[in-house]
Design a protein around this ligand. Sequence first.
Ligand SMILES: Cc1ncc(COP(=O)(O)O)c(C=O)c1O
Length: 402
Amino acid sequence: MKTVLQNVFSSRTKHLRASEIRDILKITEGRKVISFAGGLPDPHTFPAEDIKQISSEILDKYDYAPLQYTTTAGVTEFRKAIADFSVSRGIRGISYKNVFVSTGSQESIYILGQLLLDPGDILIIEHPTYLAALNSFRLNYPTFIGITLESDGMNMEELEENLKRLYNEGKRVKFLYTIPTAHNPAGVTMSLEKRKHLIELASKYNFLIIEDDAYGHVVFDGEAPPSIKSLDEENRVIYTSTMSKILSPGLRLGWVVADEDIIKEMEMMKQSVDLHSSTFTQYIALEAIKRGVIQKNLPRIRKMYKEKRDLMLDELEKSFPEGCEWSRPVGGMFIFAKVGDKIDTGKLLAESLERGVAYVPGSGFFYDNSGRNTMRLNFSYPTPDEIKEGIRILGDLIKEKS
Ligand SMILES: Cc1ncc(COP(=O)(O)O)c(C=O)c1O
């Protein structure tokens, strides 16, 4: 590092780890690599023609408003549309005042961390959990407690034991962060029973829940279970979701549904971050909702991802050796695989890249860097041929190392 930059960065930056995903993308730049690494939607799911048309019409329809500054919590009409759209996840009885628009849901996660966490505060997460949320929370120096994920969500006995212990020690949990539906990376979905139990525990032990519902609309095996927010009678759940998986991530639009007092605090925090999210894209998304573009597109997205998931599951069955396990997600974009104990997937990655296949080593998703024999495989972005070829290559490599 250049000498002028020595000792200039805050202690906080020690918690900024280069995302393994971005590192991987750097290595693969300019080379033909089959990537199971990123979390990109299939570009064929983007309703490009509709967005082109909407973009050319919104300036006539809304005059200069889409080009102007707007209020920090978002364009009121868009907030109203999101309040109505939330019914599709069972969330009723809210108004636009309960909705906060952010620059992707990632910004909401960041703002919530800033808003709720003091150094040392106890934060319960799933083990593993979404890497970018973990890194964002880390900036506030919390104490993490990770709860094992089972095929139907968190291990509730483990959660309850921890809550009891903390209560007996006179400690308070600030919030619990969960991705209950089509989990990234674990690919599991929390059962309705566990959702209800979680709400009960939150009430009993008095903590907030952040429900990250990024994939709530992208469930393709049956119906998604109702959101935890829809079961919430005490306003304990701060719900986040995003346009990234159902319309386009390039619009950078996410949102929160929560108690009005939380929205007001988030608004004040956002004023120090980016004043407001793009007015232009909020109007695009507003029109996309009004014209039914999203609602029409969802069955297409689900069909495409279901086919790709099925293909990847078939290929894993064919190519991965005995002793490997993987999730069977009912939705979302990821399969989480566990290989034999002998293999460190972080170390294996270089060889895998040499053979032309990228994945994300799983340990980054665990707050304590465990899970060294796990990997996250994205099935939404690669083509069917890439899924077949890539899983075969990866399977051969794992067999050699097992
Ligand atoms: C679980 C989860 N939460 C939040 C996000 C953030 O997405 P965005 O900022 O595009 O809304 C993602 C993106 O992959 C995700 O997987």
